[in-house]
Each structure stands twice: as C-alpha cells, then as structure tokens.
Design a protein around this ligand. Sequence first.
Ligand code: ATP
Ligand code: MG
Length: 390
Amino acid sequence: MIYLVRYGEIGLKGKNRRFFENRLTENIKKALQGIPGCSIRQLHTRNYVEVPEERAAEALQRLQQVFGIVSLSPVTVAGPDMAAIKDAALAEFSVLARPGLRFKVNTRRANKRFPLASQQVSAEVGAHILRSIPGLKVDVHNPETVLDVEIRDEAVYIYTQRIPGPGGLPVGVSGKGLLLLSGGIDSPVAGWLAMKRGVTLEAVHFYSPPFTSERARDKVIDLCRRLAVFGGPIRLHLVRFTEVQKELQEKTPEKLSVTLMRRMMFRIAEQLSAKRSALALITGESLGQVASQTMESIAVIEQVVSIPVYRPLITYDKQEITELSRSIGTYPISIRPYEDCCTVFLPPHPAIKPRPEAVEEAEKALDIPALVRDCLEKTEELVIDPENGS
Ligand code: ATP
Ligand code: MG
C-alpha cells in the first residue's frame, strides 16, 4: 500500500524548505520504526510512503501522529497510459460505489508529454466508470466522491480519500523547549501543542518525597512516554523539591506559598534550560483557571526569569483542554489520583492577586541561590524512549 503524504506550511518556507522536508521525512521514518518493509520517497513537495499491505492500518495510525502532515491519501499507482489509468480508477471506485452515488473525476497533468488534456482524461475515466458500474451519476458541481487522477512524470496516482493529518510543523524544526510537567491534565496538552509547532521537548517535574508518592513520579514518566509517541524521546528532569517546600512552609506567609513556589520552579527551570540549551519554558497555565493563574499572579511569577515562557493553553477553556487531552491519550494518565507537590502543599486561601512588593519581602527570608543550587544538584535525569523500552 502506498500513502501519498502532503505537507502544507512547510512547503512555504523558501530556502529552509529542504531542511523542513528532511526533518519530516526523518520523523516519518522514526514513526514507522518497528514496521519492517516500509520505504519513503520524497518527491516534489510530497512524500510517498510504501507500507506492507497487512500493516497498512497501523502505519496510517502512526502517520496521523506525525506533525507536519496535513493530509494523506492511499493511492493506486498506474503506468502512463489510459488503459492502465482506467483499470486502476475502476478498482479504486468499485469498493466505494453504491447506487445513485454522485461523483466526479478530477485530473491534474504535471507530465506535459502525456497525450491527452486533463479534461479529456476526466471525461474518459468518468465514462469508463459509468459504463462499468451501473447506477452511478456524474455531478461536477456537488459530488459526494471525487476521484483524483494525478499524472506526473514518474507515474500516475489515483485516489479517492483524503485523510486528515495532525498539521503543524515537524518536531525538531523550531528548537528546544522545557516543559514544566505536573501530573495534571493541562501541562501534557501544552507540551503536545508546543510539539505541534515543531518544538523538541524536554520536561521538568518537581516532586516532594515523602509527601508525594512514587506513583506520582511513575505517572509523569508515563505522560512522557505518551508524549514521546508524537515527538520522539523526551529527557525528563526530576527535581526533588521537598527542601524548598519545607522552607516556604516554615519561613513565608501561607497565602503566598503558591506564588513563591512557582517562582522557585521558574528559577530552577531557567537554569536547567540554560544547561540544556532550551530557548523557552512551556507551562500548562490557562488564564483564570486557579488562583496562581490570574493576570496578576502570572506577572509576579514571570518576573523572576528572563527566558521566554510559552503558555499554549492560556486562552483555552478547561473543557477544550480536556477534549484535547482525551484525543491525544494523556487524559487517563492525568486523572490517576496521585497528588503532586502543589496539591499537597496547597494553602486553603492562596493570594489571588499577590503584590510584587509583598512577594519580594517574603523571599528575603530565603537563601534563594542556595536552594536553587541544591535542587539542581539533586536533579535526576531520565530519557524516556518508548521505542527502546525505557
Ligand atoms: P496542570 O493540569 O498542568 O497540573 P494546573 O491547572 O493544575 O495545571 P497549576 O497547578 O497552577 O495548574 O500549575 C500551572 C503550571 O505549572 C502547570 O501547568 C505546569 O506547567 C506547572 N507545574 C505545576 N506543578 C508542577 C510540578 N510539580 N512540576 C512541574 N511543573 C509544574
Ligand atoms: Mg496541576
């Protein structure tokens, strides 16, 4: 089975087009790893992916997760003569046909040496189908099915389906981002959206043993494993955050603890980014969702870093986020009941509009550089690569 794979935006990138195309081809290869006998051909701003017939459905499912792919069509390939084209068109069509079906044939001819004009090809192929399958109708204005015939130099491609791909840009073309990954619903979706724009992800998770369980850690590893399906292996930084949280609890006002904790997370994440050459932090924040996500809170939290912070979900409703989370398969992992460090230490009345002066005042009680250094030293690093069983 051959899939014609189309990409949209990346065709527009001028000089960089080669780079984008090669990355997409690489990502397709990786996605098909484990299905032997696949081959990929890059030809005039498309990919033709050949997969073994018996694993075509599985291959399609994987291709539908490769960012950068706009649509796919299973194609029949024919030689450059009318008899072959008619036979192939009929074979494509006979599986779809039902009495009364309205169809049209749409021909594009890139191979100018082909003896017939596009219109003529469409007319002849249409007539052949009408003769061979009784009860069909040609309707050029409002067809239910379009049979596409593309006459190119190397071959003729015939297809009736256009299956949507995920769109976006190939992972790896944009640069690296560090995802602040909690165990919740939002941050994995934020990571997925960033990958969709070509970002390579690393992830950082803050946890507080013994207050948070081993299971919470496993949950985050499983989330990375799921995200890796879309963007390849993910390096996960696990930061032991217990010391910071104890200090905050002992030395700072309770109602500021969420703000202060987030500021510590940002500081540590910024350091990790520098070490790992990441160009942005990515969070699952969504405006107004909780106390720490008011415009005031976000401003005060962001103050402590100079690295750009991407918040792909900032304007999303919880409902929309949940739907996305279901569709990408992170939802069942996210709703496992193990608490993360934020939930465990959540004060009953967090400040909704923390004042910068109050926050800075509270931080005077802490030795911030020492806390950051200490956390970085205790950070554990894992590479989550489902293809290699890790
Ligand atoms: P999520 O569903 O992603 O947990 P949330 O709605 O629970 O988000 P918050 O708890 O306010 O929101 O967290 C906001 C963001 O801060 C998260 O989306 C995530 O990016 C980051 N974050 C929160 N807790 C952690 C953690 N333990 N480790 C890493 N990042 C975290
Ligand atoms: Mg959360």
